[in-house]
Design a protein around this ligand. Structure first.
Ligand SMILES: C[S@@+](CC[C@H](N)C(=O)[O-])C[C@H]1O[C@@H](n2cnc3c(N)ncnc32)[C@H](O)[C@@H]1O
Length: 270
């Protein structure tokens, strides 16, 4: 790879190379020994504020006894239902993933299990959320549009994922490359982010040659969507409110990570 070929490592959804990448990723999630599928997960620091949003929605129901409809996307082996505690009985909990590997476990946790692409989901939900899925999605615009269709006014779409806006903080999906190549990609991505901000046109860049296609899995070797807060903000501007959800992490490192390297947002229709 030379410096001039860096732009060719990335594409936008709709490109046939992205569809080919999707097929290979789907195959990976269907077969490989993926740690997220090893047992019930624990995303407590993220679930805590989501649970508070659930409680808020329940409090705003104005006396209605209807259950709150919640959908979790890309669930893996979610333990969120148990985390809800007493609130669980006031909630209809739906889950979605693209692989049926955990279906038996998920049937024991959720009221409805949807094994299908996000864009095939139907119905309406009060809250939709996803933890550490957004960076694995290869059609972010389509998914966003679709998920927003499933959430009406006053409803919440919550996304938690790494983000790659901070200069030279790049996705581990490039870690199989030589250091100088990673630095060159870091420069190019910083340039793309600047162009996004100047032109106000979101990019939603997808990495076509992620490490997961070249070496055994390690954390976020499959983070092919190089998530940018600015892509999301610009894409939704004028139509949706985008609010950062604070985690209030302790320590110098935690605060830098939360401020610059983490996307944890609630999206609501204006
Ligand atoms: C890192 S795991 C996270 C699992 C779980 N949300 C958690 O927080 O532990 C990524 C999950 O995203 C799912 N996934 C990958 N691509 C997806 C897609 N295009 N649509 C929906 N889910 C996807 C995978 O099957 C996997 O369950």
């Amino acid at each position: 790879m030379n410096v001039l070929s860096i732009p060719k490592l990335f594409a936008k959804e709709g490109d046939t190379r992205v569809s080919q990448l999707r097929a290979r990723l789907d195959d990976f999630y269907a077969r490989e020994n993926y740690p997220a599928f090893h047992g019930a997960n624990d995303q407590g620091p993220f679930w805590q504020p989501i649970k508070a949003i659930v409680a808020q929605h329940l409090a705003n129901r104005n006396g209605s006894n209807d259950k709150l409809r919640i959908l979790e996307i890309g669930v893996g082996c979610t333990n969120f239902a148990n985390f809800l505690g007493e609130l669980r009985q006031e909630v209809e909990f739906h889950v979605q993933d693209i692989t049926d590997r955990n279906v038996e476990y998920l049937n024991s946790q959720a009221d409805h299990v949807h094994i299908m692409p996000i864009t095939s989901l139907s119905g309406s939900y009060d809250i939709i959320f996803a933890t550490f899925v957004w960076e694995h999605i290869t059609n972010p615009r389509q998914c966003l549009d679709h998920l927003l269709l499933l959430t009406g006014i006053g409803c919440s779409l919550i996304l938690a994922s790494p983000r790659y806006d901070f200069p030279f903080y790049i996705s581990p999906s490039s870690r199989h490359l030589a250091k100088w190549q990673q630095v060159a990609i870091g420069c190019w991505i910083a340039w793309k982010r600047l162009v996004t901000l100047i032109t106000r046109s979101p990019q939603f860049l997808i990495h076509l040659e992620p490490a997961i296609l070249h070496m055994p899995w390690f954390c976020d070797a499959d983070a092919v969507h190089w998530v940018s807060f600015w892509d999301l903000k610009l894409y939704l501007r004028g139509k949706y409110d985008l609010k950062q959800i604070p985690l209030s992490l302790q320590g110098y490192y935690g605060q830098i990570w939360e401020t610059f390297c983490l996307l944890f947002v609630e999206i609501r229709k204006l």
